[in-house]
Design a protein. Structure first.
Length: 292
């Protein structure tokens, strides 16, 4: 299985990449032999259907990148060293890994827990599994993404990564919650560090004008991809921007069956419309000194 799929436009007219790192569903056979959980449960951890929501983006001159492997196997929206050493049988002194809050909760680059807190594995995994999965999925995905971004930077003197995600509705988490307590879309720009506030709010206004309730950075300010590739706050690198879009799943899918609902096609059209809008106006959203 190829770790990713690239959807290229027939006529590339901008340096925009729509990325879906969590919509993949492929689980290798050897992985399925190691787990002690119903594999269907693992799909609730992913951003099911987000790849289809952005499928028409190439019509707008932009490019789409889709991860094919499920995030519970390898999560490419993490740093490569966000690893829970206790998941693996490591002879001797274990390497020093980045024990972030996500790792502690079971959601590092290799998931230890399902979305509802169940253990995925009954036993520790071989130490060799770390590099095998990183080499199989993680590094190829980031090599491809980096290549796409750098090629566009060289051609257009800027790039914009739009990292696309989904969040469970409050009512799916707890039926006692009401839907009006939650935004339809959370835009993450790492608090103006990965993307200019002008661009963030331009995109927010677009979605608001199309009927979505939009908030910024809370509770999702941007994951690894947004922080790593978005360098707006770096000197001489503010033409490398990234933004995260986190859509409420109930907008477009039945969260119990993971099937599209009546809102799927309207939301896909809205997202495609964003691509069309940015294709026309992206140059005005970057500073003039960047030579656009």
């Amino acid at each position: 299985m190829q770790p990713y799929t690239i959807f290229r436009p027939d006529n590339q007219t901008n340096a925009i990449i729509f990325n879906s790192p969590h919509s993949g569903t492929y689980l290798p056979k050897d992985f399925l032999k190691k787990i002690s959980i119903d594999p269907e449960i693992l799909h609730f951890s992913g951003d099911i259907l987000v790849d289809q929501l952005i499928s028409d983006i190439p019509l707008c001159g932009a490019t789409g990148l889709i991860n094919n492997f499920a995030r519970t196997y390898v999560d490419t929206n993490r740093a490569a060293d966000e690893i829970d050493s206790e998941m693996f049988h490591i002879p001797g002194q274990p390497p020093k890994y980045n024990n972030t809050d996500k790792v502690a909760r079971g959601f590092g680059v290799f998931s230890r827990k399902s979305y509802n807190g169940l253990n995925i594995y009954p036993d520790q995994l071989p130490f060799s599994e770390i590099n095998r999965r990183l080499d199989q999925v993680y590094y190829p995905v980031h090599k491809a993404l980096n290549h796409l971004l750098e090629a566009r930077l060289n051609k257009y003197n800027y790039y914009l990564l739009i990292d696309c995600h989904s969040m469970p509705s409050y009512q799916f988490i707890d039926p006692g919650f009401t839907s009006n307590m939650q935004a339809d879309l959370v835009i993450g720009d790492c608090f103006n560090k990965s993307c200019s506030p002008e661009l963030s709010h331009y995109m927010g206004a677009y979605f608001s004008n199309h009927g979505l309730n939009v908030t910024y950075n809370k509770p999702y300010s941007g994951g690894f991809n947004t922080r790593h590739y978005g360098q707006y706050d770096h000197k001489d690198a503010d033409n490398r921007q990234a933004i995260q879009l986190e859509f409420k799943r109930s907008l477009y899918m039945d969260e119990r069956s993971l099937k599209p609902n009546d809102g799927f096609l309207p939301l896909r059209d809205i997202i495609t419309g964003l691509g069309e809008d940015l294709n026309k106006n992206i140059s005005s959203l970057f500073s003039s000194e960047q030579g656009l």
